[in-house]
Design a protein around this ligand. Structure first.
Ligand SMILES: Cc1cc2nc3c(=O)[nH]c(=O)nc-3n(C[C@H](O)[C@H](O)[C@H](O)COP(=O)(O)OP(=O)(O)OC[C@H]3O[C@@H](n4cnc5c(N)ncnc54)[C@H](O)[C@@H]3O)c2cc1C
Length: 472
């Protein structure tokens, strides 16, 4: 990317593209080429600054103060609603960040730049015998993913509800990794007034609290995350059962039962059009994580004995690993497509027949409906952090299409299905939605109030753009 002639004397990163005097094609590439969603936003930043390190972030914020304009941030560019692209703001793009991940082998803590993608972090850690939680698709940026809370791999691996005091046992064994933001132990931040600070449980702890679930409402620019890692997964196996879509209720019920009565598995029900089958279908996908192959295989074989009749396709106990699973997920979310998404935390024990419209209104052959069993993890108390909503079932609908002419039809299909269910929900996970679509709950009431006060304290002039379509 070439730099345009800078109209200002303030020191700026070499690689800044200004809306008003750059070649339009260069400006457009700077504005949109790092966005995942092919449906491009209608906002036009004053400039896009491709920063290389934290000191350049400080420079850009000082410039924004001088120009009395706002700041928006892009790490991996995977916000479906392209939150980073805002009118009358300078967009700090972290895609050229020159810093690498670095693992402290003594503590197991890895420090990462926000723009690193999940697959690269997994590869880096795997070579060192470690792992941490990343998004389900290979190229999701850790920056936006962690700030939103991060529903990553192994987020909800279950532990049997049988036996005495299973919550205490769950907490002790902690087989599941929980929310990805729970692995954050510290962050480096450039504040809205251009100060570079470290924030953790002891210093500037209110910012640390916000960094775990505020999403785009975070009132600063994180330049580095410090994450706890775990020993690499020893064994991972996969089973899947594909049913016709009319069986979705039985499939969901079975998925929920399996999830709540087996240890060390992750269960997802997916509504989709299968390439191999004629009509839409629902796939119950089960991943088993074990300390050895026998354990993981045994769990899946036991589950196989209980699967409902009528599967059109199935695979049982196939050995797999994190890289393969990332790649498989990535194929379901193709690049260069248009996306519109929304999601809900469904009321506990809701009647699955209420999901009829959602399962029967996928607007295109690429579109998806995900239903993730979160029980029993959904029943534990969350740590003191901004992320504060959860329930036993998470439902997300993804319209995925290619032609602009289908924009309205696809958006309407998602909007109608989700709006109808909103009254049966506790709110939504903010990582996968567009705040402009409808009013919802994204934090519990106490956490929302605290977030507003943290934002006011750290960004009284509202310099950091925040949530597109929602005042916090
Ligand atoms: C294909 C795909 C798969 C996904 N899978 C999952 C999944 O498995 N689990 C899940 O929880 N989510 C998932 N998501 C959602 C994803 O976590 C969010 O969209 C997240 O915001 C993406 O982060 P990013 O850095 O790539 O996005 P960006 O668009 O770069 O960032 C989004 C926003 O986060 C804020 N932000 C990002 N970095 C910083 C920073 N360093 N400092 C301050 N603010 C910052 C900014 O407000 C920014 O506009 C997926 C998204 C896609 C497109």
């Amino acid at each position: 990317m070439e730099s345009a002639n800078l109209p200002y004397t303030q020191k700026t990163p070499l690689n800044t593209v200004w809306r008003d005097n750059a070649d339009p094609a260069i400006y457009e590439a700077a504005r949109t080429s790092r966005l995942f969603n092919a449906q491009k936003p209608t906002q036009y930043p004053i400039a896009i600054a491709f920063v290389k390190d934290a000191s350049e972030v400080v420079d850009v914020i000082q410039l924004a103060i001088q120009l009395s304009c706002r700041i928006s941030v892009r790490a991996g560019g995977h916000s479906y609603a392209s939150w980073s692209v805002r009118d009358e703001a300078i967009l700090i793009d972290m895609g050229d960040f020159s810093e690498n991940p670095s693992l402290d082998e003594a503590t197991g803590i890895v420090s990462i730049p926000p723009s690193i993608m999940g697959k690269d972090l997994i590869e880096y850690l795997d070579a060192k015998g470690r792992v941490c939680s990343v998004g389900h698709c290979p190229d999701v940026g850790l920056g936006g993913f962690l700030l939103g809370g991060g529903m990553g791999w192994n987020c909800n691996v279950s532990l049997s509800t049988q036996g005495f005091n299973f919550y205490a046992q769950w907490l002790k064994e902690r087989k599941n990794w929980g929310w990805a933001c729970e692995q954050v132990v510290a962050i480096d931040v450039v504040t809205a007034d251009g100060q570079f600070i470290r924030s953790d449980i002891q210093q500037h702890s209110d910012l640390f609290w916000a960094a775990r679930g505020a999403g785009p409402a975070f009132p600063g620019v994180v330049t580095r995350f410090y994450l706890k890692t775990k020993p690499a997964i020893k064994s991972m196996f996969s089973s899947g059962y594909v049913y016709p879509i009319r069986s979705y209720r039985t499939s969901l019920q079975w998925a929920a039962t399996v999830s709540s009565s087996n240890d060390g598995i992750e269960v997802l029900a997916i509504g989709s059009y299968s390439a191999d089958l004629k009509g839409p279908c629902v796939t119950v996908s089960i991943l088993a994580y074990g300390d050895n192959d026998d354990d993981a295989r045994d769990v899946l074989q036991k589950i196989d004995a209980s699967h409902p009749n009528g599967a059109l396709l199935q695979w049982i106990c196939e050995k797999t690993n994190m890289q393969q699973q990332l790649e498989k997920s990535g194929q379901s979310f193709p690049n260069n497509h248009r996306y519109y998404v929304d999601n809900l935390w469904l009321d506990d024990n809701m009647d699955f027949s209420l999901l009829d419209r959602a399962f029967n209104s996928l607007p295109t052959k690429n579109s998806l409906l995900l239903c993730q069993s979160m029980f029993p993890c959904s029943q534990r108390d969350l740590p003191d952090m901004a992320l504060s909503l959860q329930s036993n079932q998470w439902l997300a609908m993804y319209a995925i299409w290619e032609e602009e002419a289908d924009d309205s039809r696809c958006e309407t299909a998602v909007h109608e299905a989700i709006s109808e269910l909103q009254q049966h929900s506790k709110g939504s996970y903010l990582g996968e939605l567009d705040f402009r679509a409808r009013r919802g709950h994204y934090w519990a009431d106490d956490q929302y109030e605290r977030l507003v006060s943290v934002r006011r304290k750290w960004d009284p002039l509202n310099r950091i753009c925040g949530c597109l379509g929602l005042e916090v």
